[in-house]
Design a protein around this ligand. Structure first.
Ligand SMILES: [Zn+2]
Length: 180
């Protein structure tokens, strides 16, 4: 490797296709330096997709407290990294089922959030509204607690991430428009 590093590459040294050493190089077809091996495989480092869903039932939403790091103990809604073989809607439904044990019908989009930074890992967070099929959550291994809250009871000071706050703010705003 040269001393030049690619953000988010985390010291990746070998080509995942052929195991040859990777170097950082500005190649003619690209507009920024890329990781490339001597057989010409270019390795792109891109953001990961996280999908979340805000389950709704009778004017309340289901929030959960994270039982894993990072942000252990903080509040969020179900969500996680998208798997390679699913749609964003399938991911949202799966996360709701895995983390809080409920079935949701995935409804409209609340928002798409990203926060670019010079270093990885960076993510794109996609958040949907979801109609919950039942009001009794069954906690998965990644949740400490789950509860149905009214919009005015959202624990704004104890939320897990900035994206959690952005999505809940958008949800509250959409409800206000809907009710008003
Ligand atoms: Zn290669």
């Amino acid at each position: 490797m040269t001393e030049e590093q690619i953000a988010g590459a985390d010291g990746m040294q070998y080509c995942p296709h052929c195991a040859a050493p990777l170097i950082v190089k500005l190649i003619p077809t690209e507009d920024r330096p890329r990781l490339i091996c001597d057989r010409g495989h270019v390795i792109y480092i891109n953001p990961k997709v996280v999908v979340g869903v805000i389950p709704e039932l009778d004017g309340r939403i289901l929030l959960m407290r994270r039982g894993i790091e990072p942000r252990y103990g903080a509040w969020t809604f179900p969500g996680g990294f998208m798997e390679i073989d699913e749609s964003v809607e399938q991911c949202a439904a799966r996360e709701a089922h895995e983390e809080v044990g409920i079935h949701v019908e995935v409804l409209d989009l609340i928002g798409v959030y990203s926060r670019p930074g010079p270093q990885g890992p960076s993510i794109v967070s996609i958040v949907f509204r979801g109609a919950a099929g039942s009001d009794s959550p069954k906690l998965g291994r990644e949740a400490l607690e789950a509860k149905w809250v009214l919009p005015e009871d959202i624990p704004w000071d104890e939320l897990a991430y900035e994206t959690t706050r952005w999505a809940l703010t958008a949800w509250v705003e959409q409800q206000r428009k809907h009710d008003g």
